[in-house]
Design a protein around this ligand. Structure first.
Ligand SMILES: Cc1cc2nc3c(=O)[nH]c(=O)nc-3n(C[C@H](O)[C@H](O)[C@H](O)COP(=O)(O)OP(=O)(O)OC[C@H]3O[C@@H](n4cnc5c(N)ncnc54)[C@H](O)[C@@H]3O)c2cc1C
Length: 489
């Protein structure tokens, strides 16, 4: 019995040794994978709205020696259509914010992008204390809030004109006589501040977020895109004249080495080294604030400070599909919870304006609530959502057929949803954010733009940065956006 066992063991050992030897020999015979080297004049990092609008301007000016490098397998960045139960919804950007003179409106007209203006006053409020619902328009607290918002907006304009120091939106509202005291107050206030800025009134800059640079220039109508081609069609349209070989997808930038004065070396995780004279960096403020991109040498302190003083907020739209619609027919429903910002704002996508018959409702969460939701298992979130809906519509409502919870805060290529203007970020920081480093590292994107946090800001920032690069390279760009910026100062 002993003998066959030991010979079997010897055989196994011989097989293992032989296999190991074969593997070692094969590995030695494999040619060492060389990093792929690409030489170009300009490298654009990121193929979102700002990266593609920048590329388009270079192309139009005849500066064709550039490449765009993108980590994702698609262009568009935070403009992301998603097929949800038979309809294409937008996980990221959804509205053209401000329709008068907004350059994105021109795309909407030319591309016939379907959608409609959201009517935020078509709203029911559900009070969780009295378990009653009301229309806010005649509500005395709503009127108090509107008066305080008007006061704060005027104060904001005065501050801007006379260069008085900035304060928070909370201070502006308090000076206007508003103090949120109960769940209804919290919800009404949230709908007028956090819903747009994705951070609370005590964190927001009054001067830049109420009413905000965008709404001062383009007025306050918001056009929600429901087009089944997706909002990203605008980026695709910009990219039509760009040779697709110039856009390198699935290539994540790891390192930007600008040590040598001759060239910048961009290293990607898939083994590419791109050498360029200039780089245009369009990563989100969240990515720039993280340590995911190694700059060698580190960016100068003035640049780092401007980046770190900025803020990347998280804004999450959660989509729920039901067998039938059991909620109000209004466009919006506000849930006035004792906990401020707890699943507050429900958007009826079943409304005739949006996706009639879809039986889809969307709820928005922001900042810390978004981060909390991203950190917990999906079934916990669904249980919380259902408890809120049962509170409003009774225990007899059906379970959802599907739920989509997008991830933005933990997404390594966004690290948040959009840039916002926190209290403490000054015009000086903002100008340093935009300023090129050593006339070689240029920055563009929604966080760099004065029209911070929006598609149109990213678009204009891409154009403006392309013009600066062209100028340095000796081309003669036509400045296209002076008028918009003149209005914003
Ligand atoms: C949930 C949500 C709702 C929004 N709602 C609206 C709205 O209604 N209206 C509006 O105007 N705006 C809205 N926005 C903001 C708008 O989407 C952005 O301002 C705009 O799309 C930003 O474009 P960008 O080019 O500056 O950045 P991005 O779109 O982020 O482009 C940067 C690109 O860089 C890539 N990248 C990141 N890291 C790396 C790396 N290491 N290597 C290579 N590539 C990398 C990214 O994948 C991305 O494609 C919303 C955003 C979100 C997330």
């Amino acid at each position: 019995m002993e003998k066959p066992k030991s010979s079997f063991l010897v055989m196994i050992i011989i097989i293992i040794i032989s296999l190991t030897l074969i593997t070692v020999i094969m590995a030695a015979e494999q040619p060492q994978q060389q990093p792929q080297r690409i030489k170009t004049k300009v490298v654009i990092l990121g193929a979102g709205m700002s990266g593609i609008s920048c590329a388009r301007i270079l192309e139009e000016a005849g500066m064709e020696d550039y490449v765009v490098v993108e980590a994702d397998n698609r262009v568009g960045g935070r403009m992301q259509p998603y097929m949800f139960q038979g309809i294409s919804i937008e996980l990221g950007a959804n509205w053209i914010e401000g329709t008068v003179g907004n350059p994105i409106w021109e795309f909407k007209e030319r591309l016939s992008l379907e959608g409609s203006i959201s009517n935020y006053s078509d709203l029911w409020v559900f009070d969780t204390v009295s378990k009653t619902r009301f229309r806010p328009n005649d509500n005395p607290r709503w009127i108090d809030l509107q008066n305080a918002l008007d006061f704060a907006a005027n104060l904001s304009r005065r501050k801007r004109e006379s260069a008085e120091p900035d304060v928070s939106i909370k201070v502006g509202l308090q000076l206007g006589g508003w103090r949120a005291k109960d769940p209804v107050d919290f919800a009404l206030e949230w709908s007028q501040t956090d819903f747009e800025n994705a951070h609370s009134p005590d964190e927001s800059s009054l001067e830049h977020e109420l009413p905000g640079d965008t709404f001062e220039i383009f007025e306050d109508e918001m056009y929600m895109i429901t087009d089944q081609r997706g909002y990203v069609t605008v980026v695709h349209d910009l990219a039509t004249s760009i040779d697709s070989n110039k856009i390198i997808l699935n290539s994540e930038v790891q390192r930007v080495n600008w040590n040598s004065s001759d060239s910048i070396e961009v290293t990607t995780t898939d083994g590419r080294i791109i050498e360029a004279e200039r780089a245009v960096i369009t990563f989100s403020i969240g990515v720039l604030q993280s340590d995911r991109i190694q700059f060698v040498p580190a960016l100068p302190i003035w640049k780092q400070e401007a980046i770190l003083m900025s803020e990347m907020v998280t804004y999450t739209k959660i989509f729920m599909k039901f067998p039938f619609a059991f909620w109000e027919e209004s466009e919006f429903i506000l849930y006035a919870s004792e906990r401020r910002g707890y699943y507050p704002f429900w958007h009826n996508l079943n409304h005739p304006k949006y996706f009639p018959g879809s039986n889809v409702i969307m709820v928005t969460a922001t900042k810390t609530e978004s981060m909390r939701i991203e950190a917990q298992p999906t079934d916990v979130t669904i249980t919380e959502l259902m408890a809120v809906l049962r509170d409003m519509y009774g225990v007899g409502i059906p379970q959802p057929l599907a739920v989509k919870i997008p991830i933005w805060h933990k997404n390594p290529w966004t690290l948040g949803s959009y840039a916002s203007w926190p209290l403490g970020l000054t015009a000086g920081h903002k100008s340093n954010l935009k300023k090129a480093v050593d006339d070689r590292l240029f920055f563009a994107g929604d966080g760099i733009s004065q029209l911070i946090g929006y598609v149109h800001g990213a678009y204009l920032s891409g154009i403006e940065t392309a013009d600066s690069v062209l100028q340095i390279l000796g081309f003669n760009p036509t400045p296209r956006i002076e008028n918009v910026f003149a209005l914003s100062h």
